[in-house]
Design a protein around this ligand. Structure first.
Ligand code: 13P
Ligand code: SF4
Length: 299
């Protein structure tokens, strides 16, 4: 409680805003001014008038805020909170794919580094990937780095030709068909809602696929009494808070992103007290990555 009060005091003193991804631990979600999915948080950061943004999430998210708001101080409370999928692709990988497929549009999942975004034409998140790809004039699309999200988009936009990079999320890849079938057998009346980072066979066997916030909206609007959830366990906090009479079960207890769980109230407090860790992006790369992100925000 004392820590929470101190965070609030420092936040006011610094003119800061705290944003948290849906996967953050419960108490960090509770002290944040805004909680949501990647797309929502990137819009909030772009529009915010705050001088300092404390980004409770992983590095690519804080980097995206810095790309869009270079004059703001962007703090990542845990400097080592990264995303293994974002780290699985290099700018050289993108350049090689472009050389192999001249004329293709390069679509980059927001789960990527600033250097990779700088090589791509347009960004997307899991909540707008299908819309972004449909909006492209090019028939050929290179989609990086998540092959599962890429397959999900490709299935819905059959008129385009896709080349997928072979990255994936280690957390979402853990869900197996045996687990999904066992959960359905236990709760046959429960709709299955998953993130498109799950494997294509899991997505195909589910009732709903969408971003973290879309999964929360789906369950909130549905009349069903219980749900089977195929995304990181952090979403359970808002699901339960907003739907106290409904029941939620993870498809597997292994749906935990250790990077998202690094941030604690203590790290948020330290970030504000010591003004760190500041996210910095080299200016020439930032300008190229900004075009990629802004095209998404304006699409
Ligand atoms: P959302 O954009 O759905 O919030 O997802 C981000 C993410 O990292 C999923 O693993
Ligand atoms: Fe990256 Fe997966 Fe963690 Fe999302 S859940 S931040 S994609 S490792």
């Amino acid at each position: 409680m004392e820590l929470t009060q101190e965070i609030k005091r420092l936040k006011a003193e610094r003119g800061a805003v705290i944003v948290a991804h849906n996967y953050q631990v419960d108490e960090v979600q509770d002290i944040a001014d805004y909680v949501g999915d990647s797309f929502y948080l990137s819009k909030i950061c772009a529009q915010s008038e705050a001088k300092t943004i404390v980004f409770c999430g992983v590095r690519f998210m804080a980097e995206s805020a810095k790309i869009l708001s270079p004059d703001k101080t962007v703090l990542l409370p845990e400097a080592h909170a990264g995303c293994p999928m974002a780290d699985s692709i290099t700018p050289e990988d993108v350049r090689r794919l472009k050389a192999e497929h001249p004329g293709a549009a390069v679509v980059c999942y927001i789960n990527s580094s600033v250097e990779v975004k700088a090589e791509c034409d347009i960004c997307c998140t899991s909540s707008n990937a299908v819309r972004i790809v449909r909006s492209l004039k090019e028939r050929e699309v290179i989609f990086v780095p998540d092959q599962n999200l890429g397959s999900y988009v490709a299935a819905q936009v059959p008129e385009k030709q896709f080349t997928l990079f072979n990255g994936c999320c280690v957390t979402h890849a853990r869900v197996t068909m045996d687990e999904l079938n066992a959960a359905r057998a236990l709760y046959p009346d429960a709709p299955v809602a998953v993130h498109p980072e799950c494997s294509p066979e899991i997505v195909a066997a589910s009732d709903f696929a969408g971003s973290t916030s879309e999964i929360i909206d789906f369950c909130t609007r549905s009349d069903a009494k219980r749900f089977l959830i195929g995304t990181e366990m952090g979403v359970l906090h808002k699901l339960k808070k907003d739907n106290p009479t409904k029941e939620f079960y993870l498809l597997t207890p292994r749906l935990i992103c250790t990077n998202m769980k690094l941030t604690t109230l203590q790290s948020v407090h330290r970030a504000l007290a010591e003004n760190k860790t500041q996210v910095e992006v080299e200016e020439s790369i930032r300008l190229r990555a900004r075009t990629c992100l802004e095209r998404m925000l304006n699409a």
